[in-house]
Ligand binder design. Structure first.
Ligand code: CU
Length: 291
């Protein structure tokens, strides 16, 4: 008979398989692929290939035991490590100021915060302000609300010209369920063209002239201004990981996540509410039962 510790470890190992609970369904986001595998390692990619609803902490649990995980190349806090190179055929062409419909599938609520932002992929920093944000998202107490899974965002009209080139900017949906220390992300690759005229005939590439190319949104300015406004963004978790100097500052308004996060990440067992724990146990049993 296995020891309790061994059983617990086995259950914890299942967590990444059973605990994927959120992903954007529309527009079609980035998916895992060979470039991710090369950067993040074979098992991490397989983990997400089998469950793209999974969370970053789950990926890191897998990564911790793999020597082909390259943290710098994987850049896991950006798009969960999913790579543009695997998604070059799935780039949306938008116009400045365009409104975009979003659909999100949340399979289980976990109270947290969320937003959708334009993210500079080179620096994993938010450009400007979030396009939409929630101080309370997917609450375990109330359940998921309709406007958390079906909503619109409007692209800014002053995005930097770099966003005219595919791969440089993504629309990132970000959900940090601090109640159980799980971070979910989906990234939509896009380019934004300048012109508003529909009859110009040119596609999204050329006319960047209508964009204020040198919009004052330097990264530093954005960060400092947004830090005081956004309660959300990329938070405590990233600050703790020390991986994102960009979005962390000031965003984790004294949350408690820094105190419980390490233990959660280490064991894989949620330390959140009783309901979260029950849900986890239920998920494990569902997995063991074959569904
Ligand atoms: Cu979950």
């Amino acid at each position: 008979m296995k020891s309790f510790a061994a059983t617990t470890a086995a259950l914890a190992a299942l967590l990444p398989l059973v605990h994927g609970h959120g992903f954007v369904t529309s527009p079609q986001p980035r998916m895992p692929g060979p470039a991710m595998k090369a950067a993040c390692g074979n098992q991490v990619e397989i983990n997400q290939q089998s469950d793209n609803y999974g969370n970053i902490q789950g990926e890191l649990q897998v990564a911790a035991t793999q020597n082909d995980y390259n943290a710098a190349e994987c850049d896991i806090w950006l798009c969960k490590g999913y790579k543009f190179d695997d998604n070059k055929d799935n780039v949306f062409s938008y116009k400045a100021g365009q409104t975009i419909d979003f659909g999100v599938d949340i399979r289980a609520p976990h109270t947290g915060v969320a937003n959708v932002s334009v993210v500079d992929t080179a620096s994993n920093s938010v450009i400007g302000q979030p396009l939409i944000s929630w101080d309370v998202y997917a609450s375990t107490a109330t359940g998921v609300k309709p406007d958390e899974t079906s909503f619109k965002v409007t692209l800014p009209t002053d995005l930097p010209s770099k966003c005219a080139t595919a791969g440089n900017c993504v629309l990132q949906w970000y959900w940090y369920a601090q109640s159980i220390d799980q971070t979910y992300e989906s990234c939509i690759d896009f380019t934004v063209g300048g012109g508003s005229a529909s009859g110009s005939g040119s596609s999204s590439s050329g006319s960047t002239t209508s964009m204020p190319a040198t919009a004052k949104t330097t990264t530093a300015a954005v960060q400092s201004s947004s830090a005081s406004v956004q309660p959300l963004t990329t938070l405590a978790t990233q600050a703790r990981q020390g991986t994102t100097p960009t979005q962390a500052a000031g965003s984790n308004s004294g949350s408690s996540s820094s105190s419980n996060g390490a233990g959660t990440a280490a064991s894989g067992i949620p330390t959140g509410s009783a309901q979260d724990t029950l849900e986890y146990v239920r998920a494990v049993f569902q997995y063991l039962a074959g569904n």
